[in-house]
Design a protein around this ligand. Sequence first.
Ligand code: NAP
Length: 505
Amino acid sequence: MIPNPLRDPRDRRLPRVPEPCALVVFGITGDLARKKLLPAVYDLANRGLLPTNFAMLGFARRDWGDTEFAELARDAARQHARTPWREEVWERLAASVHFVQGSFDDDNAFDELAEALRELEGSHGIGGNAAFYLSIPPSMFPVVLKQMQRTGMAESTPDRWRRVVVEKPFGTDLASSRELNSLVDSVFSADDVFRIDHYLGKETVQNLMALRFANTLFEPVWNGHHVDSVQITMAEDVGIGGRAGFYEKTGAARDVLQNHLLQLLALTAMEEPVEFSAEEIRTEKLKVLRAISLPDDLRTFAVRGQYEQGWLAGQRAHGYRQEEGVDAASTTETYAAVRLGVETRRWAGVPFYLRTGKRLPRRVTEIALVFKRAPHLPFADTDTEELGNNQLVVRVQPDEGVTLKFGSKVPGSVMEVRDVSMDFLYGEQFTESSPEAYERLLLDVLLGDATLFPRNAEVEASWAVIDPLEEFWAGTEPYAYRAGEWGPRAADEMLAAEGRRWRRP
Ligand SMILES: NC(=O)c1ccc[n+]([C@@H]2O[C@H](COP(=O)([O-])OP(=O)(O)OC[C@H]3O[C@@H](n4cnc5c(N)ncnc54)[C@H](OP(=O)(O)O)[C@@H]3O)[C@@H](O)[C@H]2O)c1
């Protein structure tokens, strides 16, 4: 008998709608909540992906009632939502939006929050299910977690689930991430903890798995026999905005390399999971993170930089040390690049070059597999002067898509071979626009699907890569690069030392 897909609960084409539940956001008045979380909640409602019995509770210090909160939420959603504005959707959502005022050290406020959740079970039929989003400064995690433990809010029982969402940074080094993980794990069970790395919510990142494991074309060449090197880039054209306080203590390696870039590396290098499930995918990623090796010569192969005054898009840009709130002698890096190895049969000997920076010429995130040159070219040298290495580039953002670069004959009477590109652009192939990363991830939290969330062991394995770099860099001056340039010269020399060059995306 042919199974009816509409009856098959495993059919992922059916919209997945969570069970009745509440979403509690700590830090609801903050930047992340306004720009990403509230708009994502609206977009989910607009797409019909929230359960009918749903409530959202905001928690912060302001002396607000539900009405003021609903106004903030409306403004935020209107300004930043991805999907078109529909007043009727908002009105339905607004009826489920509540505010609890309080400070994190205020026991009464948490008792009130616990009470509010209990009331919602009756008034909104949320069934006792709740996800708690910690959109708050990391220094506040311990106090909030302890309050949730004290009030019994964190407890999942057979008839209700309770989940927690933790925003990066997950610690500042291996020791502090272990401490944070053990604190979170002492309050919530491991399956109920969702660590957000919003890069994993991006369609193109998920497409990496489709590209590799749904096709026969790429996997046979996805290894050290054919791949010469891998370049993973996350470049930003912006500076640090108003976030000097955060950035001065963090720097590019902790802010981006430790999480986004190592996660992209893990997805690029991992073996095929036994099945497409959270458990199996996370297991394969963890194996890669544990297999990462640092170069012996960190002086050449680990470079950090800091932007100086320069020009970007025709405008003069400040140097990092002139940014508001930054120490005039700051040694915080705004650029980091490193050559890593992955010590597995598939990847031994293949360098993975990772780089990230602020005030670079353009905003782009991409993974590029650079293939080996053909062992022999039956053409005259002059015919292939313009021929580079074949490359497969997965563009995570912007212009999401995949590009294959290969040699082709130039039209004409001579045999000249030059690089050409074959492009797949999401925007051209699909009419539906991609959901925002936070939209996808919030929905997954409410559904209890942890596939796209790194587990604690992954976070710790990533810090084990970063700690020696930070130790090596401590007390050194970062190399300077001008705003609007592709990083310091030392980063180019790093690749040149092995006869390679960075891509200019
Ligand atoms: N912003 C981003 O784009 C971004 C990106 C990635 C990760 N993150 C992470 O997301 C989290 C939130 O970032 P953010 O930029 O939204 O921070 P933020 O703008 O500083 O917001 C902090 C929020 O926490 C609340 N808060 C702080 N101390 C409190 C206390 N003692 N009692 C009660 N409420 C308190 C504030 O409420 P009041 O109104 O009461 O002050 C505010 O709502 C951080 O962990 C950050 O690292 C942010």
